[in-house]
Design a binder for this molecule. Structure first.
Ligand code: GLA
Length: 408
C-alpha cells in the first residue's frame, strides 16, 4: 500500500470506530487483537462450492488435496482446502454440531489434509441456516469456534444466508432505525470473529455477505482477513467480467492482512474460453484477490493448470506491497488496469471486453514510465526487452495482455 492508501485506510478505520453504534452486544466485546498477520498476502487454495456444490463428500475433499499436491498447485501457493456449505449434520442435546454422513470423520479429514502440507477450511453461517438450508452457528458461535479449533481448522467462510431474514424482520419492526439490520449483521460477524480469536488458533476469517453495507469499511473491525464484495460468481464470462471489472474504486480498502474478495475462481469449470479464463486470473491478480480455485482438480487439463499456476500472475497477486490495482482508463471496450508492485514495478492489464480482436498501443508514460521501461509478458512467459515510448499488441476478444513493467 502506498502512503496515501495507508492514510486513507487508517482514516476509514478510525471513522468506522467512531461511527460504529454502541449496542449492548458490542459493549461486552473485547477489542480485537491485530489479525493483520493472519493473511499477509491474499489467501490461496481450493473450495468445493463452484464445482461440487451440495454434493461434496469426504472423498472429493481428499481427492482435491491429493491433486493439489500432484498437479503442483500446492507448491504454486494453493494451500487452503476449504469445504463449503453442506458438510453439517445435526446438533446434539449438548449443542454440539456433528458433520453429516458424507463427512464421517472431520478430525481424520483434517489430519489427512495437514499431512500433505495443506490447510483446512470450513464454512458456516451467522444465521440459523446456511444458504443450502443446513445448520448455521446462530447462538452456538463459541462452541462451534472451539470445535473448529479442535478439528484443526485454519479458515472459516462465514456466509450471511438466513440471518438476512432476521435482518429484514428487524427492519420491518423498527422502520425508524435505518441501521438496525446493519447492526445485527455486524454484531453477528463480530461475535464469530471474537469466538475464533478466543480459541487462540490462527484462523483466516472470511466474510461472505455479498458486499451488503460495504464490508470493506467494517470488515477489519470484526477480525476479518477478507470479505466478499459481490454476489455469487458463476462460470460465465458475462458474470465473471461484471464482477471483476466492477471492482474499480475499492483499492483503498485492501492491504496486507485485509483483502477484498470478488468471489472464488471458475477457471477450469468449462464454460469460458481460455482467453476468458486468462482475463479472470489476470483481473483477480491485479485486484489482490484471494485465489480459491473451484474446479474439479482430478479432471484439470494442462491449459487450465497453466492458467492457475502461472508464476508471474501468482507473483502479482501475492506481491508483498499488498496494493490492490485500479482501472487506469477505459477506451470503449478497452480497459487498462494498473497495480503497483514491490521494487517500483507495476503490473498492467490491457483488457479487450469487445467481441473481436483489437490492436492496442499503450503509452508507457501513461502507466508511470515516461523514460521507457522493460516489459515482461505474463501469459507468453517472455521478457520483451525495453521499450522507450509505447507497447503495441493485439488483444483477443474477451482477452488480456498482462505485463510486468519495470524501469530497469
Ligand atoms: C452463498 C455463497 C456461495 C456458497 C453458497 C453455499 O451463495 O455466496 O459462495 O457458499 O452460499 O450455499
Amino acid at each position: 500500500m502506498n502512503t496515501t492508501q495507508t492514510a486513507l485506510v487508517a482514516g476509514l478505520l478510525a471513522a468506522v470506530a467512531v461511527w460504529a453504534p454502541a449496542t449492548a452486544a458490542e459493549a461486552t466485546v473485547q477489542p480485537f487483537p491485530d489479525v493483520s498477520r493472519i493473511a499477509p498476502t491474499p489467501p490461496m487454495g481450493w473450495n468445493s462450492w463452484n464445482h461440487f456444490a451440495e454434493h461434496v463428500t469426504d472423498a472429493d475433499i481428499r481427492s482435491a488435496a491429493d491433486f493439489l499436491v500432484s498437479t503442483g498447485m500446492r507448491d504454486a501457493g494453493y494451500v487452503y482446502v476449504n469445504i463449503d456449505d453442506t458438510w453439517q449434520g445435526k446438533r446434539d442435546a449438548h449443542g454440539v454440531l456433528h458433520s453429516n454422513e458424507r463427512f464421517p470423520d472431520m478430525q481424520a479429514l483434517s489430519q489427512y489434509i495437514h499431512a500433505k502440507g495443506l490447510k483446512f477450511g470450513i464454512y458456516s453461517s451467522p444465521g440459523a441456516r446456511t444458504c443450502a438450508g443446513y445448520e448455521g452457528s446462530l447462538g452456538h458461535e463459541a462452541e462451534d469456534a472451539r470445535m473448529y479449533a479442535a478439528w484443526g481448522v485454519d479458515f472459516l467462510k462465514y456466509d450471511l444466508c438466513s440471518l438476512r431474514e432476521d435482518m429484514k424482520k428487524a427492519k420491518a419492526e423498527h422502520p425508524d432505525d435505518p441501521d438496525v439490520a446493519k447492526n445485527i449483521m455486524i454484531d453477528a460477524y463480530r461475535k464469530m470473529g471474537a469466538a475464533l480469536s478466543a480459541t487462540g488458533r490462527t484462523i483466516v476469517y472470511s466474510l461472505c455477505q455479498y458486499g451488503v453495507d460495504q464490508p470493506w469499511t467494517w470488515g477489519p473491525s470484526v477480525g476479518a482477513s477478507m470479505w466478499r464484495t459481490t454476489g455469487d460468481i458463476s462460470d460465465s464470462y458475462a458474470r465473471m467480467s461484471k464482477i471483476g471489472f466492477g471492482q474499480a474504486g475499492l483499492a483503498a480498502f485492501a492491504g496486507a492482512g485485509h483483502w477484498n474478495d470478488p468471489d472464488m475462481l471458475e477457471i477450469g469449470n468449462g464454460k469460458m474460453s481460455e482467453d476468458e479464463y486468462r482475463t479472470h486470473m489476470s483481473l483477480w491478480a491485479l485486484l489482490a484477490a484471494p485465489l480459491l480455485a473451484g474446479n474439479d482438480l482430478s479432471k484439470m487439463g494442462p491449459a487450465d493448470r497453466q492458467i492457475l499456476t502461472n508464476p508471474d500472475a501468482i507473483a502479482i497477486d501475492q506481491d508483498s506491497l499488498g496494493s490492490q490495482g485500479e482501472r487506469l482508463y477505459r477506451d470503449g471496450e478497452l480497459e487498462v488496469w494498473r497495480r503497483p508492485l514491490s521494487g517500483g514495478r507495476v503490473a498492467v492489464g490491457v483488457f479487450n471486453r469487445g467481441e473481436s480482436p483489437r490492436d492496442v498501443s499503450i503509452k508507457l508514460a501513461r502507466v508511470g514510465f515516461p523514460g521507457g521501461a522493460s516489459l515482461r509478458d505474463v501469459w507468453k512467459q517472455k521478457d520483451l526487452g525495453r521499450r522507450s515510448r509505447s507497447f503495441k499488441d493485439t488483444v483477443p476478444k474477451h482477452g488480456v495482455t498482462l505485463l510486468i513493467v519495470s524501469s530497469r
